[in-house]
Design a protein around this ligand. Structure first.
Ligand SMILES: [Zn+2]
Length: 300
């Protein structure tokens, strides 16, 4: 009896394996939602905002994970293959996702930063941190909406409405940044890795990074000396540290130049606590604004 059961099970599994690829075309899943996979936090958040009830979004890098250093498990790869749309960031932030995307049909893949104005370092490396500029974030949201319209034309009306409402919130965020960073005594801030350039450029101050475009360990003594000089010259009064990465040099530098250490969230992922509290891109960007106002000594 048991043997028969096992035989039936094995043949069912074999049949399922054979049939599944043939049935893989319609993107709708059993629950009626369209499976969307996003490489890291911000993309998942934007996809949920635009997709609403029609989509089921999986963010591959879990809460507490740091995107620059991440590699996918076989399960994550399977999740991407099953998705009707895979959204990745590109620009060197999620190289594993770029490699994976290259193995998928083009119609299933969205590079969320394609065509955005990019900033490069002297060595040609791209700065991927576009999402911290609310207006560039808005462009990413528009791309996500266009991709969802493509894979699910029936949802167009809903996607467009969700997109408009979220884009409005991003523009309000931009206005809040513009107004509250208008009159500040200090025009520069130190950061751990180089995550703040797009935002700093948008609102007219300078971000001096201890590290490069990804967290990469402690700086050399020569670099430390250079940073101390720069920080003194620019009258820097705060070092912004991150939620997901810690850097001893940040504390040392802050002591050396008499600056405060303030916690900024570059939104490369939420911590488990932030996720549990229901934080989002918008709530954290508002907190980040308060941190920047303190760092730059802005007038009320
Ligand atoms: Zn980064």
């Amino acid at each position: 009896m048991r043997m028969i059961f096992i035989l039936v099970l094995v043949s069912l599994v074999a049949a399922a394996l054979f049939i599944l690829p043939l049935r893989a075309r319609p993107p709708i899943r059993d629950g009626g939602r369209i499976p969307v996979a996003a490489s890291f936090y911000v993309l998942g958040e934007f996809a949920r905002a635009v997709g609403g009830e029609r989509v089921e979004v999986t963010t591959l890098i879990p809460a507490g994970g740091e995107p620059h250093e991440w590699e996918p498990s076989p399960r994550a790869v399977a999740e991407v293959r099953r998705a009707a749309l895979f959204i990745y960031h590109g620009m060197g932030l999620d190289p594993w996702a770029e490699r994976l995307a290259a193995t998928l049909p083009r119609s299933k893949v969205l590079n969320a930063t394609d065509g955005l104005p990019l900033s490069r370092k002297a060595d040609g490396q791209l700065d991927p941190h576009v999402w911290l500029d609310p207006l560039l974030a808005q462009e990413m949201v528009q791309k996500i909406a266009a991709a969802l319209n493509q894979i699910d034309p029936l949802g167009r009306e809903q996607y467009e409405a969700n997109k408009e409402s979220y884009a409005r919130q991003l523009r309000n965020l931009d206005s809040a940044y513009r107004n509250s960073l208008r009159s500040c005594r200090i025009r520069a801030v130190l950061t751990t890795h180089a995550f703040l350039d797009y935002l700093a450029r948008r609102y007219g101050f300078q971000a001096i990074a201890i590290g490069g475009f990804s967290p990469e360990g402690e700086p050399s003594p020569a670099r430390m000396k250079e940073l101390v000089g720069l920080a003194r010259k620019m009258r820097v009064r705060a070092v912004l540290t991150e939620t997901l990465v810690s850097l001893r040099a940040a504390e040392v530098l802050a002591r050396e130049v008499g600056a405060k250490v303030l916690r900024f969230n570059p939104l490369e992922g939420l911590t488990l606590e932030e996720e549990a509290r229901g934080e989002s891109y918008l709530t954290i960007m508002k907190k980040n604004l308060a941190v920047l106002r303190e760092a730059l000594g802005c007038e009320p």
